[in-house]
Design a protein around this ligand. Structure first.
Ligand code: SAH
Ligand code: DHB
Ligand code: MG
Length: 221
């Protein structure tokens, strides 16, 4: 079993379920044209985020790490007409591409892209009482994932869902002796889910077009 198989199966799933529409394709193309790295979630992962947001009945969504807004578009499509999604992005160039992609997707009335370091934006969001958020997608600088998880819990309500991307790190998650800061942060996320009484959760390993990785998924109890 290898990357070729994972890609072939993702292509089959995407085609059979019609996951790639012209708007999503255009967002991926605009990202490439803008020189953004192709590190968005895959289509089937975007659909999973959308399904989880719908299951949570999400009206308010907070995303940390926008890139070109591909995952943003998937999640915003789960929102009702009066919903709101705030997405945090450090790189002005990424944010500009995202704003354009979100506009083209007809979702600007639901989505706000905030430029800056997430650790600077999160206290502002708290002070604005913009929460509680029903659904969180944490997908920015991986070393801060434990801090972002704590922020998500603080900005949540009971029943909110928190998804953290890229925690399995090609299996690095199981390496207790690593000095890789991103893997250490992933392990801290898992330890927090295990020990923090405010959340219950699990980790799901994934394979697909973008390789081998996985999500942490938690519910606020
Ligand atoms: N969620 C996107 C992919 C995000 S890639 C998708 O699936 O489509 C990670 C993004 O996080 C990058 O655009 C990067 O610039 C941004 N980022 C990195 N550090 C950050 C920080 N401290 N605050 C906010 N965003 C950050
Ligand atoms: C990277 C970031 C991501 O969010 C991702 O899904 C894959 C790769 C990265 O920084 O390399
Ligand atoms: Mg990611």
């Amino acid at each position: 079993m290898s990357q070729d198989t994972w890609t072939a199966v993702d292509n089959y799933i995407d085609d059979e379920l019609g996951l790639n529409d012209p708007i999503l394709d255009a967002a991926i193309a605009a990202n490439a044209a803008g020189g953004l790295p192709a590190i968005d979630v895959t289509a089937s992962q975007g659909k999973l985020l959308q399904l989880l947001a719908r299951l949570a009945g999400a009206k308010r969504i907070l995303e940390i790490g926008t890139l070109g807004g591909y995952s943003t578009i998937w999640m915003a499509r789960a929102l009702p007409f009066d919903g709101r999604l705030i997405t945090l992005e450090f790189e002005p160039k990424h944010a500009a591409v995202a704003v354009s992609n979100i506009e083209h997707a007809g979702l600007s009335h639901l989505v706000e892209v905030r430029v800056g370091a997430a650790l600077a934006s999160l206290p502002v969001i708290e002070s604005e009482n913009a929460g509680p958020f029903d659904f969180f997608f944490i997908d920015a600088d991986k070393v801060n994932n434990p801090v972002y998880l704590d922020w998500a819990i603080r900005l949540s309500r009971r029943g909110s869902i928190i998804v953290v991307d890229n925690v399995v790190r090609e299996g690095g998650l199981a390496d207790a002796t690593t000095d890789d800061a991103a893997i250490r942060a992933s392990r801290k996320v898992v330890e927090l889910i295990a020990s923090d009484p405010r959340v219950d959760g699990t980790v799901i390993q994934t394979v697909g077009t973008k390789g081998y990785d996985g999500f942490a998924i938690a519910i606020v109890v």
